[in-house]
Design a protein around this ligand. Structure first.
Ligand code: NAI
Length: 327
């Protein structure tokens, strides 16, 4: 049995993969690069490959299928980067790694606090020895209504985290959860949009959810609303977001994810001219904090995704029941 791992980070994943190789006896080939047409050959003889958020296009999937790959394990919760139609066409199955929600939920609360307390501005000005107060006034959580869209694993944990701050919490999900009702009131989407001072997103990116937040939905929001996105960039139309920030309709944003981030994040681009204008514009705004899809990144997550993705590949190859398989 052989598994080919792509985007294997030598500084924090390699040792864990080597440990799994020793424990399971399965050959694990680690490649530091994202899967592409030039390194598909590394998967020859592997029934399963192990990837992160790099885009798995139809062309790539067809290429892997030709080498005999039947299974893609992604070391991420989201799996929208894998072309599902192509996988179905070429008979490839997919699993994800739903590690615990706390890392992302903690990070979400951090971005909410950073945005309402203007942390970016305070740090930038402090670096210039500008210790004045004007423009740095924040707001207190207890005075705010926070809207949580999507109360699955992460959204539910965000609600629990927020419950200690004394804010009013509104929630919206297609399926309501009893445990969330302890801390939050479920309302319809329009009520949440119109009443929340801060809105945080925790839904997957699907065809239906693409640009869930657009010009029309922003128009329904409170003036000065703060938007927090630690889910997927495609949930928010970047153009509409930038226009909303420029007009001050939106008072600030904390974005761990942005549209079209594929290929940019997790690489050193300091000498490059970026081909994503939205990121440049958003980063330049004093009231917008942009981080490079980091919310997941904790010691706990790193260990869990390596172990679970390898276990999932082995179970699939052995034809056994597999709790991580999503299709
Ligand atoms: P989950 O599947 O547990 O929960 C998603 C929830 O969204 C479900 O309750 C579902 O009913 C709800 N939902 C789906 N469409 C909806 C809609 N149109 N309106 C309202 N609710 C809707 O997913 P989980 O694990 O909580 O992840 C949430 C998001 O976080 C995903 O987009 C995932 O890709 C992202 N994520 C981001 C990370 C980061 O590092 N920034 C790391 C991990 C996950």
């Amino acid at each position: 049995m052989k598994i080919t791992v792509y985007n294997c980070r030598p500084f924090d994943e390699l040792d864990n993969f080597k440990k799994m190789e020793k424990e399971t006896g399965v050959e694990i080939v680690c490649c530091p690069d994202a899967p592409d047409l030039s390194n598909i050959h590394l998967a020859e003889g592997s029934e399963a490959i192990d990837i992160i958020t790099s885009k798995m296009t139809r062309e790539l999937i067809e290429g892997f299928a030709k080498t005999g790959v039947k299974y893609i394990a992604t070391r991420t919760i989201g799996y929208d980067h894998i072309d599902r139609k192509a996988c179905e066409e070429f008979g490839i199955h997919v699993s994800n790694s739903p590690y615990g929600p706390n890392g992302v939920a903690d990070y979400t609360v951090m971005l909410i606090l950073m945005t309402i307390r203007k942390a970016k501005r305070i740090l930038q000005r402090g670096n210039l020895q500008d210790y004045s107060l004007m423009g740095n006034m924040g707001r207190e959580m207890k005075d705010l209504t926070i809207g949580v869209i999507g109360t699955g694993n992460i959204g539910k944990t965000v609600v629990q985290n927020l419950s200690g701050f004394g804010c009013r919490i509104l929630a919206y999900d297609l399926y309501e959860k009893e445990e969330v009702r302890k801390y939050a009131s479920y309302v319809d989407m329009d009520t949440l949009l119109s009443q929340a001072d801060v809105i945080t997103f925790h839904t997957p990116l699907t065809e239906e959810n693409f640009h869930m937040i657009n010009k029309d939905s922003i128009a329904k929001m409170k003036d000065g609303v703060v938007l927090i996105n630690t889910a997927r960039g495609g949930l928010i139309d970047s153009e509409a977001l930038i226009e909303g920030l420029e007009s001050s309709k939106i008072g600030g944003a904390g974005l761990d994810v942005v549209e079209d981030e594929f290929g940019l994040y997790y690489y050193d681009h300091k000498n490059d001219v970026l081909k994503n204008r939205s990121i440049g514009i958003l980063r330049a705004m004093p009231n917008v904090t942009v981080t490079h899809h980091m919310a997941f990144y904790t010691d706990n997550e790193t260990r869990t995704v390596v172990e679970d993705s390898i276990k999932s590949c082995i179970l699939f190859m052995e034809g056994k029941e597999n709790p991580w398989q999503v299709y």
